[in-house]
Design a protein. Sequence first.
Length: 129
Amino acid sequence: MSIDEQLDHLLIGELPPVAALVRRLRAVVHAAHPDLRERVYPGWHGLGFHHPRGGYVCALFPRDGGVNVGFEHGADLPDPHGRLVGEGRRMRDVRIEVDAGPEEEELVVDYLDLAVDWALDRASGTRSR
């Protein structure tokens, strides 16, 4: 099954505005970092993005009328917009609501850039594991 078919299957039970937001944010991620590879995680109910050298970077999780953009090492990232939430040891999310405008897309790209840089630094050994 193609990644598009897997994503369609993942989004079957979602409200149309949530599914549309996932697809919109997917396009934003691809435009910002076309080298990221995708993987659908049915068990996590999300779409993950992996960097060829940096590994797993982030995922889109449709949740309750919006999308949580989860960053694998979000607890280690700077938080320039004060939007990272979560209490886990590593993962932090940025919540995007269905009525989000283009400024929210820019915010996702800001955090995505930080996450990719962090993952590449970690992979090259310049960040502690």
